[in-house]
Design a binder for this molecule. Sequence first.
Ligand SMILES: O=C(O)C(=O)C[C@]1(C(=O)O)C=C[C@@H](O)C=C1
Length: 427
Amino acid sequence: MQAVSSTFSCDLKSMIQTNPTAKNARYSHVNRNRVPVRCSYRSESFSFPNGIGSSRADWQSSCAILASKVASAENASSADQVTTVNGDSNGSVNLSLVPLDSKNGKHGLIQPLTNTDLSPAPSHGSTLRVAYQGVPGAYSEAAAGKAYPNSEAIPCDQFDVAFQAVELWIADRAVLPVENSLGGSIHRNYDLLLRHRLHIVGEVQIPVHHCLLALPGVRPDRIRRVISHPQALAQTEGSLNKLTPKAAIEAFHDTAAAAEYIATNGLQDTAAVASARAAELYGLQILADGIQDDAGNVTRFLMLARDPIIPRTDRPFKTSIVFAAQEREGTSVLFKVLSAFAFRNISLTKIESRPHHNCPVRVVGDGNVGTAKQFEYTFYVDFEASMAETRAQNALSEVQEYTSFLRVLGSYPMDVTPWSTLPSEDV
Ligand SMILES: O=C(O)C(=O)C[C@]1(C(=O)O)C=C[C@@H](O)C=C1
């Protein structure tokens, strides 16, 4: 099995594509052969209004792509149709597949949405429906509960499915992880933010407290395999080296699904890294508690909606943008963009670069002396200001001069919950 580097990414596609022949690895992947769904959008171009008004319409248009020079690839296909995994692209839908009951569910729990479940949502009552990736007992479910108390949590089997669940009105919101204090960024969700048209309307951070779970009666020295979400495995690498040094480490779709898999298949030699709530839901015992390599292990989740919220100034706000540099700006563009914020005393809280979707590599130099290949990036920046503030609007106007496209992903209240009062994810 191929070794998975310690910088795990949560990209299911890359998990699936892992070469299974590499030898002597402790890490490998459990593959359920999931195929990512392809979603297409209408091509649209937007303009940036002069100044941001207070109406939803004004704000909505200012949240759109400001100078959409990359629209074509992102919006490659024509209709609002979803191609299903089994190749059924005729748009036919089966409303009965929306898994809102547990009739067929193991353990009587709600089964996650799959690609084939994505169909227009039926009308519903007033309870907010919140999509998350994973099954009940996943940390993402806890994050959805913190973000939207008293909501109905809708499990989805992939991040992409959660995005689509909101776009297709199956859910009203999605809550998805973007970064963990130990494991780093969840790149897949950064890429999906650009591919989809949802708006960031909030953020929540939850402390992630991992346990090692096994079937009741199984002794730790009998464990030959540990399975979990790659992020959870990365966050417990040190502890697992001590607790189960000889066990193979295998990636799974999510932490709670790993616990469920052990319970369903009666696996005596396998343990899962998951929450105490997952142990309770799937009838497993806790072999070790608090096995995250840092006690302050925290994951940050974004709250996503079809419509943006109107930015305010009466509480701390964050704004997230994504942009690509203009070719003629050369190598100094990032410096110029960051200066636009620094000169206005706007703090940046996060910067992430991802390969440019349309043009990941550019050839530079003249033909006489050979050519060099320069990697092209899309940059994601979070900054501490509300788009209702003039300084933020001016900063973005300046940034726009250096970029080939710029999109405001959302302007939303910061999660300022004090650490000591953060609810534990597993209570
Ligand atoms: O598998 C889960 O329980 C999840 O909710 C996913 C996830 C992640 O994607 O990072 C969320 C929080 C933890 O950092 C570990 C895993």
